[in-house]
Design a protein around this ligand. Structure first.
Ligand code: NAD
Length: 493
């Protein structure tokens, strides 16, 4: 049985706790590896190594840090197939999707290569007579990342590229369901010239997370995962005095106005609803069809969805892979099975996708009502719900009343309506004729409401802010010829 280890101090370290998790191949349902689960002592060891590395890494010049990131970027290009292999083998997503994940993660490395510009401060000469004031941003110390199963490479890269570029050292606790991609990243970082101890991986479960949350040497936590865990991580991390950004789940609505191009909207709904088998936090899960567009839209979605090819990553024709686990597949199936009793119409049931793995085909539910399980829950599977409304106002109300506020999209030819939607939607990311509006790496990613706890979105400029603290220096280099005693309260003159 293959063992999946920790990565501490620039080396692969076998687990010593005696506890481990099972990593399955979702395409076949077979066990493929055991992943070590860190004990409190193993987490402490990783944090100690990271703490020790911090002193010299924060003193490393910006140009050297940038050079390491450029090397890392090149390695991700040259050996990206190793990352893609690890993602597809353990997550199950098809190779084109895994390559897309890597490409979006790589953008964050490219952004972080510009760290010398990103950390430039401000300078006010002669703020007072003979006094200059300037601002600098300094790293926090050891920072931790806790990441979900659905993007085993991209989400760690959202965090660690900026954190490390800013001069912090990093401890990653990846998802125990697909932990190997993080180790490929660790190896490539080492090969890129990153000093030992700057990037560490502790594999594990709640035991490791709990220790990171309470460890006095961990200055900040970035979390991405489900809302109940995000809420708890934020509460406990901030109680312990840490800076925390905790991104949670989603229920993204795509509004289609009557004037929209039906073919274009259906293409978008199918791509964003079923891509990666719906296991994306920015997946569209509810299509809000306004007025007469509903009938042709449902027909166009159904026609396209039946043509989506489900299969393992080893099949080059497959467009979506299996779900992450048997339990999750059964849970997703339950929403489709229970939809009719909740008053919805099952247009497509993906339950018969076949295969030995955790496959579930595209499913389409029409006339899904708010208040039902299919509408309220984050299903996180290839199940697209259509909710019919009569007006734009009703559609916006659904978007804004939803407890989640990750992303939303509108499909229309009316620029005025789109602009109004952009103004009114209570979500962190809005797409206009774009179904999955994940911002490019030089903006920041994050939802509102129960989709994010904290006040800084992840990656991009807000990521640099999150991983640094500001310092303002007021300096005088007196000319001895003009020096005198002054007991008054210091004022600008
Ligand atoms: P999850 O919350 O189950 O797990 C996320 C991480 O937290 C994992 O590393 C896991 O080991 C750890 N964890 C799980 N339960 C814990 C607990 N009780 N205490 C401490 N740690 C715990 O999420 P998941 O199933 O891996 O990922 C899917 C979820 O992530 C979905 O809800 C999805 O919307 C969300 N997600 C959100 C974003 C975003 O940017 N907002 C991005 C990707 C995924």
């Amino acid at each position: 049985m293959r063992s999946i280890n920790h990565w501490i101090g620039g080396k692969s370290i076998p687990g010593g706790s005696g506890r481990h998790g099972t990593v399955f191949d979702p395409a076949t349902g077979t066990v493929q590896a055991e992943v070590a689960f860190a004990s409190v002592e193993e987490v402490d060891q990783a944090v100690a190594v990271a703490d020790e590395a911090f002193g010299s890494w924060r003193s490393t010049s910006l140009s050297r840090r940038s050079e390491v990131l450029f090397n890392f970027r090149q390695l991700l290009h040259d050996r990206g197939s190793e990352v893609v292999d690890a993602i597809s083998a353990e997550h199950g997503k098809v190779r084109s999707d895994a390559a897309g994940e890597l490409a979006r993660g790589l953008e964050n490395v490219e952004f972080a290569c510009g760290i010398p510009s990103l950390l430039k401060g401000e300078f006010s000469e002669q703020a007072s007579t003979g006094v200059d004031v300037y601002s600098i941003r300094q790293p926090l110390g050891v920072v931790a990342g806790i990441t979900p199963f659905n993007f085993p490479a991209m989400v760690p890269l959202w965090m660690c590229a900026n954190a490390i570029a800013c001069g912090n050292t990093f401890v990653l606790k990846p998802s125990e369901k697909d932990p190997s991609a993080s180790l490929v990243l660790a190896e490539l970082f080492a090969e890129a010239g990153l000093p030992e101890g700057v990037f560490n991986v502790v594999q594990g479960d709640k035991v490791a997370v709990d220790r990171l949350l309470e460890h006095p040497q961990v200055a900040a936590i970035s979390f991405v995962g489900s809302t109940p865990v995000a809420r708890e991580i934020y509460r406990r991390g901030t109680d312990a005095g840490k800076r925390v950004q905790a991104l949670g789940g989603a229920k993204n609505h795509m509004v289609v106005l009557p004037d929209a191009d039906v073919g274009l909207a259906a293409d978008a709904a199918v791509s964003a609803g079923y891509g990666s088998s719906g296991e994306r936090c920015m997946a569209v899960s509810v299509v809000v069809a306004v007025g007469a567009v509903a009938d042709p839209l449902v027909e166009a979605i159904a026609e396209r969805a039946t043509r989506v090819k489900v299969g393992p990553a080893s099949d080059p024709d497959a467009e979506i892979g299996p779900l992450i686990s048997a339990e999750h597949r059964d849970r997703v199936r339950g929403y489709v099975a229970g939809a009719t009793a909740e008053g919805a119409e099952v247009v497509l049931d993906g339950g018969d996708a076949g295969g030995d793995g955790y496959f579930f085909g595209p499913s389409l539910l029409d006339r899904v009502q708010p208040g039902t399980r299919a509408y309220e829950d984050e299903i996180f599977g290839p199940v697209l719900s259509v909710t019919r409304v009569d007006s734009y106002a009703e559609a916006v109300r659904l978007v804004n009343d939803n407890p989640y506020g990750n992303g939303t999209a509108i499909f229309t030819r009316d620029g005025g309506a789109a602009r109004r939607f952009q103004f009114e939607a209570k979500c962190g990311m809005v797409g206009i004729n774009v179904p999955i509006p994940v911002p490019v790496a030089y903006y920041s990613f994050g939802g509102w409401k129960a989709s994010l706890f904290g006040d800084r979105h992840i990656y991009g400029p807000e990521g640099v802010d999150f991983y640094t603290q500001g310092k303002v220096v007021t300096a005088r280099w007196p000319d001895p010829a003009t020096s005198s005693v002054d007991l008054g309260f210091p004022r600008t003159r």
